[in-house]
Design a protein around this ligand. Structure first.
Ligand code: ADP
Ligand code: MG
Length: 311
């Protein structure tokens, strides 16, 4: 029985062009959970992590729009809200699907904090755009009043940018491990977890975003996963992506992948962190990892689809 950590992309949950109603998101999650239920039925232990970009973006818009009526919640709290919301949908759908298959297994979501370093250089250079678009006047006001960093985003308006620090440790890893060892399907570290740093002994959430694939790698290492699988919206990792001589990668060694990464084939903020996360996992564990499309998930965890990265 293999322990598999699955990292789901944002598209698995909210597809571009959809409004983002509860019914749409629950249905997208159901389709994803059909594949996960299949893996569990095949005898694998599964730990799930997921992105939260569109969901936390919408929560931040709700905070902003309702701020005259109820106090807006900061980003760390919105991140925790998104973990609960997405975790609830997954618990609900996956539990139903497992019972349909006659499988009795607890499915549990764990709100996760992820330790970052206060001295991480990312805090000096915020790069990740989040939340609503603002007029220039409002942006100037928030920069002065709230100390936010804001940037003009390709003619669409002003947007807040936050740091994207490196994940150092999954704070609740012992609790996660206990649940996994007890046979539960655990959903955790959603949206990369709530970025938190230590002030002396005190853990404090901060307004930043951790890449969910990099946090997923820490999670995979912490639960002693046999396989780390990142599911997204492309079937394979490509060299010269979207160029006429594009080449899809099926099976690559760690050394080859390092070379391709250094040649700049994988875009920062999208494929870059996925490749980096799988390379870190393979390097740290000597095991293999895979990046594939959601549709091929069942085949990918058997090593028969996607881009497989081996030691
Ligand atoms: P997710 O929501 O799953 O994290 P991202 O948008 O962050 O998805 O990353 C997946 C995207 O990475 C793909 O849709 C693709 O457009 C982009 N991408 C960038 N470079 C590559 C590459 N070399 N090969 C394949 N896809 C790439
Ligand atoms: Mg992404």
């Amino acid at each position: 029985m293999a322990t598999i950590v699955i990292a789901l992309g944002g598209n698995a949950i909210l597809q571009p062009g959809q409004a983002g109603t509860a019914a749409e998101q629950a249905e997208n999650i159901r389709k994803t959970c059909v594949q996960i239920a299949g893996m569990i039925e095949a005898g694998h232990r599964v730990v799930v992590t997921h992105g939260n970009g569109p969901q936390v973006g919408n929560l931040l818009i709700q905070q902003e729009e309702a701020s005259a009526v109820v106090p807006p919640m900061p980003m760390d709290v919105a991140g925790a809200m998104s973990q609960g919301m997405l975790g609830y949908w997954m618990q609900n759908q996956l539990d139903n699907l497992l019972r349909e298959r006659g499988i009795v297994k607890p499915v549990v979501t764990l709100v996760t904090q992820v330790l970052v370093d206060r001295d991480d250089p990312a805090f000096k250079n915020p790069t990740k755009p989040v939340g609503p678009f603002y007029t220039e006047a409002k942006a100037q006001r928030y920069m002065a009043e709230k100390g936010w960093q804001m940037k003009e985003d390709a003619g669409r308006g002003w947007r807040r940018v936050v740091p994207s620090p490196n994940p150092k440790a999954i704070w609740e890893k012992e609790a996660i491990k206990t649940l996994v060892d007890a046979g539960a399907v655990v959903i955790c570290s959603g949206g990369g977890g709530v970025p938190s740093f230590l002030e002396g002994e005190k853990l404090t959430g901060c307004e930043a975003v951790i890449d969910k694939d990099l946090a997923g790698q820490r999670l995979a290492a912490d639960v002693g996963a046999d396989l780390f699988c990142i599911l997204t919206d492309v079937p394979k990792v490509c060299l010269r992506y979207k160029q006429p001589d594009q080449e899809m990668l099926s099976r690559v060694t760690l050394a080859q992948m390092h070379k391709y990464a250094s040649e700049g084939h994988f875009k920062a903020g999208s494929m870059g962190p996925k490749v980096e996360a799988i390379m870190r996992f393979v390097e740290a564990t000597g095991k293999w990892g895979v990046i594939s499309s959601l549709d091929d998930a069942t085949q990918a965890v058997e090593g028969n689809a996607g881009t497989v990265i081996v030691p």
